[in-house]
Design a protein around this ligand. Structure first.
Ligand code: AMP
Ligand code: GLY
Length: 441
């Protein structure tokens, strides 16, 4: 069996490792924008090529007898890599360009939910006319000045601006909304929600949906959820596959929304969604609401989820492709995980440490190390890139235990790097529990 893996980052390393553990013993043919020492070790062949260069990807694919492809990141999925591979007879575990609008267009997703009666959106409106009066009236009168302005496309996680955080007045909101309209033709302005967020990622094949453990990401750069937003500094999952602050009814509702959205997507686009459907949810006073969808695994969420998989990941991928996905094919260890991302000291503000050396400790049985933005020099030294360096995942019976494992290993990393030592701690988890309690008191 030959699997084409189009990835970058630690998420790609985690996917490669999971595929390689399969009883099918597949050869992994990898395409990455830069060599990843983790994937390189696993892959039969590693090609370095820009994932947005479709011609190059198809040329590489044609050289091998590929059974199926797995596409990791949002950009190639959103631009139609699955459609391109399909045109040369290669099925992909990733949605087509049309289905991927669930991630690439905020307006598409909000309208889809509305059209199919899925009651999970905040108050919202999409605008394609740069009319300052109309925009400011909506922000002030309909949303009472508590608003979020969203770029209607992929913008490297930087398309969302929130009042009170990035936007300090209606005028700033209107200005950003107009910038969005001018750049991508459309913007979504919506009510700012208050609550606690979690991710629920589901394996999806048309209307067949099987969930993975719920995960919480920590997007802010520094301890105490302060500093600029990042790609994600770390993630937590619990042994019961929920989280201490999620009530059963809230998890059940998120699962139901993923199922309703998978069915709505199939009806709307006329083809089944075959891939990973990632729902970003928030628990609010009014119940569970949808923040956004992604058409792929989360990074770092995949680093928590995939090491827990007891069943064969290749079997799951094949079942997604043949529309035969069942609950029996997907089983996870009942363990908690805490992933902490090691990043250069300057991340995300500067890339001053790029090119410097880093060393990791040996990983024990109850931990995983996934390589992100780092390379290996000719002497076998690991060298920092400018972005998130590597995810260290502790696996234990409780979040507390998993946290201690991840923390202990992160502290032993040598180099000009940092990580968030509060992720997964008892104090931070308790804060989330208190916030949710407070919402309903
Ligand atoms: P997105 O790019 O859609 O994931 O949004 C990035 C982050 O913005 C999310 O993780 C949320 O923390 C925040 N966000 C997005 N939409 C809203 C909203 N309606 N209310 C409050 N926060 C939001
Ligand atoms: N962890 C957030 C994301 O992958 O988008």
């Amino acid at each position: 069996m030959q699997i084409l893996l189009l990835t970058s980052s630690a998420r790609g390393h985690a996917i490669a490792e999971s595929l390689s553990k399969s009883s099918h013993n597949p050869d992994i043919i990898s395409i990455s924008p830069r060599s990843n020492p983790g994937i390189k070790k696993i892959a039969k062949q590693e090609y370095v090529s820009d994932l947005m260069d479709f011609d190059s990807a198809l040329d590489i694919a044609k050289k091998h007898d590929i059974d199926f492809a797995f596409i990791g990141p949002d950009d190639p999925i959103g631009a139609g890599m699955a459609d391109a591979l399909d045109s040369i007879g290669i099925p992909s575990v990733a949605p087509t360009k049309s289905l991927a609008r669930v991630e690439t267009s905020k307006a598409f997703t909000r309208n889809l939910l509305e059209q199919y009666g899925i009651n999970a959106s905040p108050k919202f409106m999409s605008f394609d006319r740069a009319d300052p009066e109309l925009l400011s009236k909506y922000i002030e009168q309909d949303l009472s000045g508590e608003f979020v302005v969203k770029y209607d496309g992929l913008r490297g996680g930087k398309g969302v601006k929130i009042s009170g955080e990035h936007l300090n007045s209606t005028e700033e909101g209107v200005k950003y909304a107009i910038e969005c309209i001018e750049e991508c033709g459309q913007t979504v302005i919506e009510e700012k929600l208050n609550g606690v967020e979690f991710s629920l990622i589901s394996f999806t094949s048309g209307t067949l949906v099987v969930d993975t453990p719920a995960v919480q990401d920590h997007k802010r750069a520094y301890n105490g959820d302060t500093g600029p937003n990042t790609g994600g500094m770390g993630t937590v999952s619990d042994a019961n596959h929920s989280l201490p602050f999620i009530e059963q009814r809230h998890l059940d509702r998120a699962k139901e929304i993923n199922r309703q959205v998978a069915a709505a997507l199939q009806e709307q686009c006329g083809v089944p969604y075959k891939g990973i459907l990632y729902g970003g949810f928030i628990i609010t006073r009014e119940g569970v609401k949808l923040i956004e969808y992604n058409a792929r695994f989360g990074d770092p969420e995949a680093l928590n989820i995939l090491p827990l998989l007891k069943t064969d990941f290749v079997d799951i991928c094949q079942a997604i492709l043949t529309n035969s996905l069942t609950d029996d094919l997907v089983s996870f260890h009942e363990k908690a995980t805490v992933c902490k991302y090691i990043t250069p000291e300057g991340y995300p503000n500067n890339k001053d440490q790029k090119g410097q050396q880093i060393e990791f400790p040996e990983m024990p049985e109850n931990a995983e190390l996934f390589y992100g933005d780092l390379t290996e020099d000719s002497n076998g030294n690991l060298i920092l890139g400018g972005s998130r360096t590597a995810g260290i995942v502790g696996i234990g019976d409780t979040i507390e235990e998993a946290q201690a494992i991840a923390q202990g290993l992160c502290e032993q990393v040598k180099g000009p790097v940092r990580f968030r030592d509060d992720i997964g701690t008892k104090e931070l988890m308790q804060q989330r529990v208190n916030t949710v309690k407070h919402l309903f008191s």
